[in-house]
Design a protein around this ligand. Structure first.
Ligand SMILES: Cc1cc2nc3c(=O)[nH]c(=O)nc-3n(C[C@H](O)[C@H](O)[C@H](O)COP(=O)(O)OP(=O)(O)OC[C@H]3O[C@@H](n4cnc5c(N)ncnc54)[C@H](O)[C@@H]3O)c2cc1C
Length: 466
């Protein structure tokens, strides 16, 4: 439920300067930044413990020109990063939002490290598809749960009030205008409270958990496994519609063509970028894995039984093992290893001859240096070497990338391009930088707009609230 109620301005029992809906990365970075500016901040979170999709993620955030890159001797530029985002989205994303995100994210990460002690480092042993430099910044365990632990603890230290088990349901809007006066929340026992505010920040992510909205905007994934947080119910879009806000690129999303089946654990795409490949149950490849994992979700789901197998080797497994998810895949017994491909095919129940032909076609493409029949170029990766590994996988929807149109301060725009009076949107609630297609998602675009837009919104909202 996402309602709007028009009303006359009135004093509320509880009032705050900045009210933030959602305590994921976007909401907590907004809150931390606003607190640093001296604003009073209250965050509403529907869950008993703030986690969001952020805690489900690998917590990897791309940024260019940071001191963390410099410490690892990595040369990169914001212009190069912006060009990579635009290229992946085939120039269909808004260049203004790209610039805004790319310029803000480096300072945001350095500030989180300096002011709140987040120990970022850069992954420098493999690149994600579409990134022209090592620029994925993560915390030691490379997990979003660790990112959330750090942000939550920082928020507590900074005096940010986080009210949990408080689902925002109704925006209270000044009659005759669009100024948000406050929000009505619902508690698990059905009781309701109202909180007044000077500025409202929507940080409640997108609509991946709302089947009806997914069917409306991403029909190809309407029956796909949803791998994000179930609380991402699309209220930002639903409230935005009622307020006459711009709704941008709603079909944009991050899919993922590499979730261990039936275990439901993410298998890192490094398994593909380092030289692995995927086959269907017939032992045949079906798309160019080097394009990226987002568009691969629909490609996998189009295969017989909606399944595929990711093949790689123990060298690649050693790289993947830095991720907690990969270690969990091994612990769950989802990783199958064998001394040669024929033995692996037998263990997986795949046709040996077809798999051998698939491997031979890859060897031939590598030998000749020409793209294979699906367009993948193999000369940039090492050949797989025995022993070999495989994981049974399926495709999933991770999160949506479309959302509310915002200006350079993350303030929500109306359809006519003017600003709404005091409403902001960050992370998955705001329109992202990926354009309208799954293939437009460049790795890291999700947390990029959560952290960068949160950093900008915290500053701008505090100017309204002080
Ligand atoms: C498995 C997986 C892996 C990923 N890996 C990466 C990665 O490595 N790098 C990357 O950049 N992106 C990644 N992403 C995407 C990334 O997780 C999201 O883009 C990002 O976390 C969005 O942050 P957010 O703050 O907008 O939303 P969230 O983290 O989802 O936070 C939103 C919060 O709002 C709360 N909420 C929602 N509605 C209400 C309401 N009405 N009232 C109160 N509270 C509400 C929710 O409970 C939630 O806590 C991944 C996503 C998934 C699912």
């Amino acid at each position: 439920m996402a309602n709007i109620r028009m009303m006359e301005p009135t004093p509320f029992d509880v009032e705050t300067g900045i009210l933030v809906i959602g305590a994921g990365a976007g909401g907590l970075v907004t809150a931390l930044r606003a607190r640093a500016a001296g604003a009073e901040v209250l965050v509403l979170e529907r869950d008993p413990l703030p986690r969001g999709s952020t805690a489900l993620s690998a917590g990897l955030i791309p940024a260019a020109g940071t001191r963390f890159q410099a410490a690892s001797g990595i040369k990169d530029s914001q212009a190069g990063f912006a060009a990579d985002i635009r290229r992946k989205a085939k120039d269909k994303g808004d260049p203004r939002r790209v610039e805004m995100a790319v310029n803000a994210i480096g300072p945001a990460l350095e500030w989180l490290a300096d002011a709140h002690g987040l120990p970022f480092s850069v992954i420098d042993n493999f690149t994600y598809p579409g990134h022209s430099a090592y620029r994925m910044h993560g915390l030691p365990s490379r997990s979003g749960a660790e990112l959330m632990d750090h942000l939550r603890e920082a928020a507590e230290r900074a005096g940010v009030d986080i009210v949990t088990e408080a689902r925002a349901e109704t925006l209270l809007v000044e009659r005759g205008g669009n100024r948000i006066l406050g929000v009505e929340i619902v508690r698990p026992d059905g009781t309701r409270d109202q909180v007044g505010c000077h500025a409202l920040v929507l940080a409640c992510n997108g609509y991946g958990g709302n089947r009806a909205l997914v069917a409306e905007h991403i029909p190809g994934l309407k029956d796909a496994l949803y791998f994000g947080h179930p609380g991402n119910q699309g209220e930002a879009v639903l409230w935005g519609r009622q307020l006459g806000a711009q709704l941008v690129d709603l079909s944009g999303h991050q899919g993922h063509g590499s979730v261990a089946e039936p275990h439901g654990i993410l298998l890192t795409w490094a398994t593909m970028t380092e030289g692995g490949f995927q086959v269907n149950i017939r032992g045949e490849r079906f798309s160019d894995e080097s394009r990226g994992y987002s568009e691969q979700a629909a490609a996998v789901l189009a295969q017989p039984e909606r399944l595929a197998y990711s093949f790689f080797d123990t060298r690649i497994a050693a790289i993947a093992r830095q991720f907690e998810d990969f270690r969990n895949i091994e612990a769950a017994g989802a990783l199958i290893e064998a001394p040669d491909l024929a033995a692996l095919a037998r263990r997986l129940g795949l046709p040996e001859t077809a798999l051998a032909a698939t491997a031979a076609a890859i060897d031939e493409a590598r030998r000749t240096g020409t793209p294979d029949a699906l367009g993948r170029i193999w000369t940039e990766t090492k050949p797989l070497a025995a022993p070999f590994c495989a994981v049974k996988i399926t495709g999933a929807l991770f999160h949506t990338q479309g959302g509310l149109g915002i200006d350079a301060e993350a303030r929500v725009l109306a359809e006519d391009g003017t600003r709404l009076a005091n409403l902001f949107a960050v992370g998955g609630a705001a329109a992202g930088v990926s354009g309208p297609e799954a293939s437009g998602y460049l790795s890291g675009n999700g947390l990029l707009t959560a952290v960068a837009f949160g950093y900008l919104a915290g500053d701008a909202a505090s100017r309204l609230a002080l």
